[in-house]
Design a protein around this ligand. Structure first.
Ligand code: SAM
Length: 276
């Protein structure tokens, strides 16, 4: 296996090669091509339709950022909905908060969940928590039909291709807003502002047409293209930039802390300009 490389193409002119230790699993599911590979640089990695979703080595940055910024700016989030996130990493971070009583996780592809349980147990451990309800169905339909009300909805989706396209639309955000409490929030993984500027700007504009307060924060996630990765938060009341009054930091986090929370919203000028 000395010469086995995985090639992830990002644009017509840019891609990244990863040296593979072992191909652990491949299959074509009902929705996408799924692979789990073990890589020299980043450990076990989940790939969907040729796009890296999570790696064992740097998943903590993505999962801590998509969860703790929103969870810590809401004073008392008890009920959380996750759309996508079938690897379990986002749910694992949400469940670290003592205020959380119930999490609904809606993943369209049961094979992502099953393979994560087999190969990515440090993320899929979340599925053992009795506060988590797993729903295998389309998140778009779920938010359209549900009569539940949530404090926070997290969109931990794959890139806007295949079943995930509508997860970036205004109509979907309107449905999310309807199933949020009056002081509810949404946190969205909004792609790379550099490689996927169109999607990044579209998420900001679409959320801004639905939520009164919309803010963007950034984090470097080494295995997602290159440079900063963005998260966009929409809120009905609480300012995502401010840590709620009596919140205490959760012990044992590796990326997120109070200073980082504040600093993550400082945007370079060229990214600010994209959002004008
Ligand atoms: N952290 C990742 C990233 O930024 O690339 C996302 C990881 S998570 C594995 C993304 C999940 O969203 C996939 O498992 C995919 O099956 C799921 N997904 C895509 N479209 C969906 C939909 N319409 N409803 C529910 N889940 C969906």
């Amino acid at each position: 296996m000395d010469q086995l490389w995985f090639y992830e193409k990002h644009t017509r002119g840019y891609g990244v090669r990863w040296k593979v230790k072992e191909v652990l699993h491949t299959e074509k599911t009902r929705y996408q091509e799924l692979a789990v590979i073990d890589t020299f640089e980043w450990g076990k990695t989940l790939v969907l339709d040729g796009n890296v979703q999570v790696t064992e080595s740097d998943e903590f940055i993505y999962h801590e950022m998509i969860v703790h910024i929103a969870m810590n700016s809401h004073p008392h989030p008890q009920k959380v909905l996750i759309i996508g996130g079938g690897d379990g990493g986002t749910a694992r971070e949400v469940l670290k908060h003592e205020s959380v009583q119930e999490v609904d996780l809606v993943e369209i592809d049961d094979r992502v969940v099953e393979n994560s349980k087999n190969y990515l147990p440090t993320m899929a451990c979340a599925f053992n928590d009795s506060r988590l309800n797993l729903h295998i169905e389309d998140g778009i339909k779920f938010v359209r039909d549900t009569s539940e009300l949530y404090d926070l909805v997290i969109i931990d989706s794959s890139d806007p291709i295949g079943p995930a396209v509508q997860l970036y639309s205004t109509e979907f955000y309107q449905d999310v807003s309807r199933c949020l409490q009056q002081d509810g929030m949404i946190a969205v993984q909004s792609e790379s502002p550099i490689f996927y500027q169109d999607t990044f700007v579209r998420v900001f504009e679409n959320l801004s047409s639905v939520f009164p307060l919309v803010k963007v924060c950034l984090a470097p996630i080494m295995t997602y293209t290159a440079g900063p990765w963005s998260f966009t938060l929409g809120s009905k009341k609480w300012d995502p930039e401010r840590i709620a009054g009596d919140k205490r930091s959760i012990d044992g986090l590796k990326y997120y802390n109070d200073d980082l929370h504040k600093g993550a919203f400082i945007l370079p000028q060229f990214i600010k300009d994209m959002l004008r």
